[in-house]
Design a protein around this ligand. Structure first.
Ligand code: ZN
Length: 212
């Protein structure tokens, strides 16, 4: 259904050094899913608005999916923290139907290694095994805008890695939601990554004063 386009083949004409990263907006992380984040699905229409803005600017859009094998140390049954979720090729691992990803989006998968949690999108790779960092370098992306699920895990670790790799990071605070195993986990996550240098952004920052 999605056309997976590749840098260097002429498929992608990037006019921007910015990219949107949509993290794990999947059925299992939304209400009714195996690991449903309260109101997780409510960010989908907001992310769709960001997607339209980034498309218009010919910026690259990445979308990750948690993509686990049946047996992984990530799951409680095998010593991990989590109930079974986002098993490869299941409905739970599918993108939430309200998320409208364009055909230009570059799809990345993570969590395939049964020995690791792989929260960060920087552990994700495309169908050919090309990782996010390689994609960003190929495309000359210097700044990444992060949305998705969940604030206190995959969004947080993706942001930390992005900062570590020298990227400017914007967290789309109206387009993330957290698990909150402890009530303040998401708040603490945002605090930690903003202390490290990430900036908080909301839709109106881009639609009004943020035009460049
Ligand atoms: Zn997972």
């Amino acid at each position: 259904m999605f056309v997976l386009q590749r840098a260097g083949s002429g498929d992608i004409r990037v006019k921007s050094k910015k990219a949107l990263l949509v993290v794990d907006v999947q059925n299992d992380f939304c209400p009714g899913g195996a690991l449903g984040v309260p109101a997780g699905h409510k960010i989908a229409p907001v992310i769709n608005k960001y997607i339209r803005i980034f498309l218009k600017k010919k910026s690259v859009i990445f979308a990750t999916r948690d993509w686990h094998p049946v047996r992984t140390k990530h799951f409680k049954d095998f010593g991990g923290l989590w109930p079974v979720h986002c098993i490869q090729n299941t409905l739970g691992a599918a993108f939430h139907p309200e998320l409208k990803l364009p055909k230009e989006a570059i799809l990345l998968y993570k969590g395939m290694n049964p020995d690791k949690d792989s929260y960060s999108a920087f552990h994700a790779e495309d169908e050919s095994g090309v990782g996010l960092l390689v994609w960003l370098k190929r495309l000359g992306i210097k700044e990444i805008y992060i949305a998705g699920l969940a604030t206190d895990y995959c969004v947080k670790y993706s942001a930390i890695d992005a900062i570590k790799y020298g990227l400017k990071v914007k967290i789309l605070i109206d387009a993330v939601q957290g698990v909150n195993l402890k009530p303040d986990d998401s708040k603490d996550a945002i605090e930690k990554i903003t202390k490290m240098g990430a900036k908080k952004i909301k839709l109106t920052d881009l639609t009004t004063k943020g035009r460049k």
